[in-house]
Design a protein. Structure first.
Ligand SMILES: [Zn+2]
Length: 88
């Protein structure tokens, strides 16, 4: 399965109380600006930290947060176990 990632587009940014926000369509996590910034500045920041529009043959998801994007890229990633230490 090939995965295509593109920058998130401005239509997927909404604005509440002058503070733009973006919501992941996978885990539904919302990230909102802490202060009033322009929609385009927020969009640029979101794309900068890894928010993406993800497409494949099977699906097309408009807004995906950085952690979900990495899950898509590593579908068989195993959980990381803390190092077990024998107490002596
Ligand atoms: Zn997510």
């Amino acid at each position: 399965m090939s995965l295509l990632t593109k920058p998130v587009s401005a239509e997927h940014i909404s604005v509440h109380n002058n503070r733009p926000l973006i919501q992941c369509n996978c885990c539904l996590r919302i990230e909102q600006a802490q202060q009033a910034v322009t929609k385009s500045a927020w969009l640029q920041a979101a794309n900068h930290i890894g928010w993406r529009h993800v497409q494949s043959e099977a699906f097309d998801i408009d807004v995906v947060c950085p952690s979900c994007v990495s899950d898509f890229n590593n579908p068989i990633r195993k959980p990381i176990k803390p190092i077990e230490r024998a107490s002596i």
